[in-house]
Design a protein around this ligand. Structure first.
Ligand code: 5AD
Length: 350
């Protein structure tokens, strides 16, 4: 262990040797200093602003079979649905009226959503909402598909790497998938010009601290614009039904470390954080997160997009939940803004 305070070193260098990262992750000893340093940096870059993204879960069909995920193809107990273009556009209409300026279309890898269909939907959203960002989160695709979506008007793409360690990756995914391919997709998205989001689960089965450090190192290599993390949460109809949930404190610690490693990154306080604890999303904001992604999906399908058990979803219409969220974020000491919410560049610090 170097003989210095790891939080001070992290703030100063925006980096930290592996052994100091181990020390930060291993105990709660540094949490108070870590969270207040992360909040200080987030306020220097983003003030008290919280960006909102309207999440539209367009399909829970998936051709993949990731062992952790409730919408994996082998889960016969999942009730499958997909939204029509009309339904997706109606979600955007509702969202726009409520002040959302980013729409996130997320779904399983559903072959029904051909490139032609995706491009049609994206260009229609682009035409109707020229002042909004369009984010896609539709999994691994050929670079030509990513390019076509980009040319149709998409600006951002979310694709978590899930784990950056090859051996660990193999324990979470079937042989048909590969970490190399996932990384290649992320670099292709960057080259095309997307603002790219990646991230990982905290406390997934077989995960060790060294894997988390590999995740941070991979993100340093990728330099994404957005970084989403959340605790692993058990889903009863998956091969990981008997594994425990990930840890809330460890997830918060990693949010804070990410803020200090990547001062200008867009970091959501995720649904998984809100699921593991009633105040989880507020805690995420206080640990350095600056984005929340409320659900704009039609109320009737929300409980079907069950990536994990007890995923928070209410019967509240978007308007009602926007008003509640506004208050919760304000009570935590931040402020929701109506803005497209691009990443700030180094140099346009407040
Ligand atoms: N627990 C927590 N997060 C999960 N995801 C999928 N399954 C789970 C789970 N059981 C996350 C993955 C994926 C994102 C959409 O949801 O990280 O990228």
């Amino acid at each position: 262990m170097p003989n210095t305070d790891p939080v001070a070193a992290l703030c100063r260098d925006r980096d930290l040797p592996d052994e100091s990262l181990f020390a930060l992750l291993a105990t709660d000893r540094y949490d108070t200093a870590l969270f207040s340093a992360a909040d200080r940096v987030r306020r220097q870059v983003y003030g008290d602003e919280v960006y909102i993204r309207g999440l539209i879960e367009i399909s829970n069909y998936c051709k993949n079979d990731c062992y952790y995920c409730g919408i994996r193809k082998s889960n016969r107990n999942a009730t499958r649905y997909r939204l029509s273009e009309k339904e997706i556009l109606a979600c955007c209409d509702t969202g726009y009226a409520l002040g959302f300026r980013t729409f996130v279309l997320q779904g399983g890898e559903d072959p029904w959503f051909t490139d032609e269909r995706v491009c049609h939907i994206v260009s229609e959203i682009r035409r109707r909402f020229p002042d909004c960002a369009i984010t896609l989160s539709l999994g691994e695709k050929p670079a030509e598909s990513y390019r076509a979506y980009f040319e149709a008007g998409a600006n951002r793409y979310l694709l978590r790497h899930e784990t950056a360690d090859e051996t660990h990756y193999r324990k979470l995914h079937p042989d048909s998938m590969s970490l190399r391919h996932r990384k290649d997709c992320l670099f292709a998205l960057k080259r095309i010009g997307y603002q790219v989001g990646s991230g990982f689960m905290v406390g997934s089965p077989y995960q060790k601290t060294e894997h988390l450090i590999a995740d941070l190192r991979f993100l340093q290599e990728l330099q994404p614009d957005m970084i989403g993390i959340g605790p692993f949460l058990t889903h009863a109809d998956t091969p990981f039904a008997d594994f425990p949930n990930g840890s809330l404190p460890l997830t918060l610690r990693l949010v804070a470390i990410l803020r200090l490693l990547f001062p200008t990154a867009l970091i959501p306080s995720t649904t998984a954080l809100g699921t593991i604890h009633p105040q989880g999303r507020e805690m995420g904001l206080k640990a350095g997160a600056n984005v929340v992604m409320p659900n704009l999906s039609p109320v009737g399908v929300r409980r079907l997009y069950t990536l994990y058990d007890n995923k928070i979803c209410t019967d509240e219409e978007a308007a009602e939940s926007r008003a509640r969220l506004e208050k919760r974020v304000a009570d935590a000491g931040y402020r929701i803004v109506t803005a497209v919410g691009d990443r700030k560049k180094e140099g346009d610090r407040l």
